[in-house]
Design a protein around this ligand. Structure first.
Ligand code: SDX
Length: 434
């Protein structure tokens, strides 16, 4: 954070106040209101945090107007094109792309932590078969702290390190087990001779009755999807992880809180909701009906996979996801996916519609991911689980940054109170019957 030696002036009840203005390396400056209450007796109010920076961070930068996304300064399209998920995890955690030796050490550590404690298998049997896989993820990930006590002391840098690596390594195994439980197939153990994405696909789709050969094109697509979803500055689920972590909760519990928040259809649940919406639209000729509903303020319907709090331009991840959708469909010989036709036509119509243009509503990452994930063989109920597999490294990197910030304090927002003022207790015999 750099002092600008400039101040913002505030006048309240005839008194003038000066608030310090700080600037970062790029992006909007911030007006420091941390002393506002102590000096003016007033709070700020910003319910959706549309104008509020909750922290200082060096991990991810988004320019919503430019449609730009940087992980530690590297553009997402370059990482998706030239990199892979393991080195992206290293980059998000440690700040730089790994050299060959660093990558080898990190990848080996992750590979050798992919198994979970054998007793954890029993958790899955406690869920109804038709439980949503995200419910299983919240429960089982939260239970990790019951098995890995030796990495829950957040004050110990060594324990923070091992907890971060365990979380990144074990989340795909737990996700694959949630999927296998959901479809009634036996769990498949991870293998140490496969890369992250190949291991995950094999744990999801292999069965004991025959050998499973990972399709390298699909593994590359899966790996790229993980890169695209890895982090996204202070989104709702990352803010949830940070707030949970600010109380000193262990990292496994914090990630479980992040998974719970990601589940919402306005956030990570949008990929599942977007595919369900495309299914509901069904054919191109029904698109105008849904566009009208999306524009009707009295209709709660939203075009799922469209719009974003930050991106007021095309989500750069959506473009890469669209390209990945075509690669996967081509590889699988799916040349006539009607949902892809509906998606492309819906995007075209929406982007030409004055309502969407005026409100700067563009496709976001969730618009094309559903088509791709369905083609890979996942049911819609697994889409947000896949999002959480990727986002775990972002949550853990942001959690680590917060814990290691010497100025870090417990997050405790205030409120604008509009409830009853003080009133005396009334015995039940004297209460009115209205
Ligand atoms: C993710 O934050 C992140 O970074 C999230 C994420 C990540 O990587 O972590 O990028 C992942 O969550 C992507 C977003 C996935 N959600 C969806 O696709 C659900 C559909 N989108 C909307 O629910 C909405 O656009 C949000 C939730 C994404 C953003 O909500 P905002 O910023 O609070 O915007 P808003 O709801 O105030 O909308 C502004 C206006 C409103 O109209 P008015 O009240 O001004 O008249 O735009 C309209 C909205 O009605 N609008 C839409 C719309 N999105 C916004 N109208 C129709 N369809 C939509 N999709």
């Amino acid at each position: 954070m750099t002092e600008t030696n400039r101040t913002a002036k505030l006048s309240l009840d005839g008194k003038d106040y000066e608030l310090a203005v700080h600037k970062g390396s790029i992006g909007p400056e911030v007006i420091d209101v941390s002393k506002l209450y102590s000096s003016t007796g007033a709070f700020t109010l910003d319910p959706g945090f549309t104008s509020t920076a909750s922290c200082e961070s060096t991990i991810t930068y988004i320019d919503g107007d430019a449609g730009m996304l940087l992980y530690r300064g590297y553009p997402i399209d370059e990482l998706a094109e030239h990199g892979d998920f393991i080195e992206t995890c290293y980059l998000l955690l440690y700040g730089n792309l790994p050299n060959a030796a660093q990558r080898k050490e990190f990848e080996t550590a992750i590979t050798y932590h992919t198994m979970i404690h054998e007793q954890m298998n029993r958790f899955f049997a406690g869920f109804r078969r038709d439980a949503h896989p995200m419910a299983v993820m919240v429960g089982v990930v939260g239970a990790l702290s019951a098995f890995y006590h030796d990495s829950t002391d957040i004050a110990d840098p060594a324990q923070r390190e091992i907890a971060a690596r365990r979380m990144i390594a074990k989340i795909p195994t737990i996700a694959a087990m949630a999927f296998k439980y959901h479809i009634g197939q036996p769990f498949v153990y991870p293998r140490n001779d496969l890369d992250f994405a190949s291991n995950f696909l094999r744990m999801c789709f292999a069965v004991p009755c025959e050998d499973y050969k990972v399709n390298p094109v699909l593994a590359r697509a899966m790996d790229r999807i993980f890169i695209l979803h890895a982090d996204h500055e202070q989104n709702a689920s990352t803010s949830t992880v940070r707030l949970a972590g600010s109380s000193g909760a262990n990292p496994f519990a914090c990630v479980a809180a992040g998974i719970a928040c990601l589940w919402g259809p306005a956030h990570g649940g949008a990929n599942e909701a977007a595919l369900e919406m495309l299914n509901e639209i069904g054919t191109v000729d029904r698109i105008p009906e849904f566009i009208d509903r999306a524009k009707d303020r009295n209709d709660p319907f939203r075009l799922m996979g469209f719009g974003h709090r930050v991106y007021k331009n095309y989500d750069p991840r959506a473009k890469i996801m669209q390209k990945t959708a075509h690669e996967v469909l081509d590889e699988l010989g799916i040349t006539d996916d009607p949902l892809l036709d509906v998606a492309r036509e819906l995007e075209k119509i929406a982007l030409e519609d004055p309502y969407f243009i005026e409100k700067k509503l563009y496709p976001n990452i969730d618009f094309y991911s559903g088509i791709t994930l369905r083609a890979l063989g996942f049911p819609t109920s697994m889409f947000t689980v896949l999002f959480s597999v990727a986002r775990t490294v972002g949550w853990i990197a942001q959690w680590k940054e917060m814990i290691e910030d010497p100025t870090q304090r417990i997050g405790r927002p205030r409120q604008l109170y509009t409830g009853p003022t003080e009133r005396g207790y009334v015995p039940v015999t004297e209460r009115k019957d209205d």
